[in-house]
Design a protein around this ligand. Structure first.
Ligand code: ZN
Ligand code: ZN
Ligand code: ZN
Length: 148
């Protein structure tokens, strides 16, 4: 399970930061390495806890720049701090389990079509949109999820 070498998606978080004019420091490297190794969505507080040697301000600022650069998705959670996940595909939307917090990504042409036709009725030019769908995930529905 842990032997994979080349099947990980290459996400250049460093480039995203450099595009924002931020130099590579050891503190930022630690944050990026931790984010790259994350399989699930995380909160800024979790990162701070995992990286006690990095200042909170650096963690929060790095996350904010990555969100700005489109490398991280910021996900609102119904009853808690926002979570972040690496943007693995370019334009997508999210499902968020309101019980366990599991995040899914999806793309759907119908959604994009609705957004485009909405644009005709909106007074102004739409330059982007976000959509999060709150669900109870299959694992929670089936009761096989021990979490929470
Ligand atoms: Zn995402
Ligand atoms: Zn769930
Ligand atoms: Zn969309």
């Amino acid at each position: 399970m842990t032997s994979g070498t080349s099947n990980t998606i290459e996400i250049d978080l460093f480039t995203a930061l450099e595009d924002k004019g931020l130099r590579k420091t050891s503190a930022r490297s630690a944050v990026l390495t931790r984010i790259e190794s994350a399989n699930d969505a995380f909160t800024a507080e979790q990162l701070c806890r995992d990286l006690p040697e990095v200042g909170r301000a650096t963690v929060y600022r790095t996350i904010r720049h990555l969100v700005d650069a489109g490398a991280l998705c910021k996900l609102p959670i119904l009853d808690g701090a926002p979570m972040y996940s690496i943007a693995r595909i370019e334009h997508h939307h999210h499902t968020i389990c309101s019980k366990c917090g599991a995040i899914g990504e999806f793309r759907h042409s119908t959604v994009e079509r609705v957004m485009r036709s909405l644009g005709k009725e909106i007074d102004g030019e739409i330059v982007g949109h976000r959509m999060e769908i709150f669900i109870i995930c299959k694992r929670c529905l089936s009761g096989t999820n021990d979490g929470g």
